[in-house]
Design a binder for this molecule. Sequence first.
Ligand SMILES: [Zn+2]
Ligand SMILES: [Zn+2]
Length: 253
Amino acid sequence: MKITFLGTGTSQGIPVINSSHPVCLSTDRRDRRLRVSILIEWDGFAYVVDCGPDFRFQMLRANVSKINGVLFTHEHADHTAGMDDLRPYSFQLGAVPVYAQKRVLENLAYRFDYIFNVENKYPGAPRVQPFEVRGTAFQLENLEVIPVECIHGEIAIYGYRFNNVAYMTDVKTIPDNEKDKLRNLDVLIINAIRHKWHYSHLNLEEALKIIEELNPKKAYLTHISHHLGFHAEVEKELPSNVFLAYDELVLDI
Ligand SMILES: [Zn+2]
Ligand SMILES: [Zn+2]
């Protein structure tokens, strides 16, 4: 299985428009972060998790010629605003399978009515095939995917476990019974937005505490704000099995 970090930034990305913060001016390419998303590939299949405003550029940058579908963690714009750019993939596939919980599918159908509405469809609009994710494992091609519920501010959202890898973004807390789905991981990818407390995201200290508790072999931090600091400096402070993810990082698992 191969995981490509398509974006590792928080909702505004880094650099933030019109910001003179030193991290936004950094020349280290690891400090340039598009909105958060991963590409997961195995046995000739390719899925993206989330489809934010940078989706088009991310697909071009990673040279992704085909995808088999999209899994959504939740409805926030930094994870969904790129849906119109599913067009080239929908021209290939007919309709792009999209997986999300019921609330998220309803929200997307409202916001992207012209994509989800099958009647009187504009011929050039992307087409999708919605699949509802519930709290139980489901098959994605030949791979079992386990949705893991977590709390993000006021809403319950999903992370996903694929074999011994889990992708958990926009987490603030994970209920104890859901934590049981995150044991014995080779790789845990989890969000850490900044040092200061945040009402809907783990800060670095909280993320490190969860990592210590779940004890994966390795952990990668994502959904990073410029307020976390320079990549090179933050990574030095982390435990030996914890790394900052960065855009275009590829994990072969
Ligand atoms: Zn969010
Ligand atoms: Zn987000």
